[in-house]
Write a protein that binds this ligand. Structure first.
Ligand code: CO
Ligand code: CO
Length: 349
């Protein structure tokens, strides 16, 4: 069997960020762990941020993050690109730039041809180079199903860290990529997704958030994240709670991948959506009469999703124009921040 004909999706039940542990269960474990505060640890795990940030000096802070998961698509090269774009994204979500990356690989060398591994690694390398970074090493173990990802190191000016906790009332909320990758991947597996729609989903997942991060910095953004396994509402809730504000999200404005809503209508609802609903349910108020399939898209587990950030309202038109120029065709204004009022998030129709 050659690398070109090997279908990685035959190895997994849940791929990509859908394979994350349930967020509520993870929180139970993490709350048992604590360490003393340190003045140079600018961002730690308490705010559920995308990466840790450590100040080296007044000019430079180190960003460190790691992400890996089982295959999210059949083609090894594409899987490598998506897993790398997803891991690199956590540096961008903090407003940083990428310096170096290391491969993390689980691969069953006796069950899958090694050419498949070579293709996965080549896809990852492509994205690290596109990010302006260097690959400096890695670690491989024998494992089934295969897993791939990166540990990434980046830098940011200590005063320019974009974190979950930086929102204040009166900001506009922008999302840079459409939602629905979890639904499209599930739809592809069940044969319900249209080929053209699935291909666009793969393109979206391979797209770096690099330009988006540069635009956030140019627009003086203080708070942002990237949307991955916990869905838009899961990550938005983490920002709302860390910042002690309420987010008002207008569901009809949220960009969706073509085919995602129709697949949801047809009953294609990845299990991780319900896990995410369970995670946010007590802290989100959904508008009466909100379309069910649309609501579930707001909980769709994204793999290598877009950036989501708060921005001064007067900067929105310029930011959206720049994002669209940079290739984020679906970038949209999706809501606003208001003073904390009961719920973390209000979802309007
Ligand atoms: Co993230
Ligand atoms: Co992550």
């Amino acid at each position: 069997m050659s690398a070109a004909s090997f279908d990685l999706l035959t190895t997994v039940e849940y791929g990509g960020c859908s394979a994350k542990l349930a967020p509520g269960r993870l929180a139970e474990v993490l709350k048992e762990l604590s360490q003393p505060a340190h003045p140079d640890l600018l961002v730690d795990i308490t705010t559920h941020d995308d990466a840790g940030v450590y100040r080296l000096n007044d000019e430079t802070a180190l960003i460190q993050t790691v992400d890996f998961f089982p295959p999210v698509c059949g083609d090894p090269r594409t899987f490598g690109r998506i897993a790398a774009a997803n891991a690199l994204s956590d540096v961008y979500a903090m407003g940083g730039r990428v310096l170096t990356a290391m491969n993390i690989v689980g691969f069953p060398a006796t069950r899958i041809p090694l050419e498949v591994l070579a293709e996965i690694l080549a896809g990852g390398q492509e994205k690290v180079l596109e990010a302006g970074g260097l690959m400096v090493g890695g670690h491989t173990i024998d494992d089934w199903p295969p897993k791939y990802g990166l540990a990434v190191t980046g830098i940011v000016h200590p005063q320019r860290v974009i974190a979950n906790a930086g929102l204040r009332p009166g900001l506009a909320l922008i999302l840079t990529k459409p939602l629905g990758t979890g639904t499209l991947v599930a739809g592809q597996r069940t044969g319900l997704a249209a080929d053209a729609d699935y291909r666009i989903a793969l393109e979206t997942m391979q797209q770096l958030n690099r330009a988006g991060a540069e635009i956030m910095q140019a627009c003086d953004v203080k708070a942002g994240t990237d949307i991955t396994g916990f869905g838009l509402l899961g990550h938005a809730m983490q920002m709302a709670d860390a910042s002690k504000v309420t987010l008002r999200i207008q569901a009809s404005r949220v960009p969706l991948l073509a085919g995602a809503h129709a697949l949801a209508e047809a009953g294609c609802l990845p299990g991780a959506m319900f896990r995410n609903l369970d995670y946010v349910e007590k802290k989100v108020r959904f508008a009466a009469g909100l379309d069910y399939s649309l609501k579930m898209q707001l909980l769709d587990p994204q793999t290598s999703g877009g950036l989501f950030f708060g921005i001064a309202p007067e900067r929105v038109p310029a930011a959206l124009a720049r994002l669209r120029d940079a290739g984020y065709a679906s970038a949209a204004l999706v809501g606003e921040t208001v003073p904390r009022a009961g719920h973390s998030i209000e979802v309007l129709r």
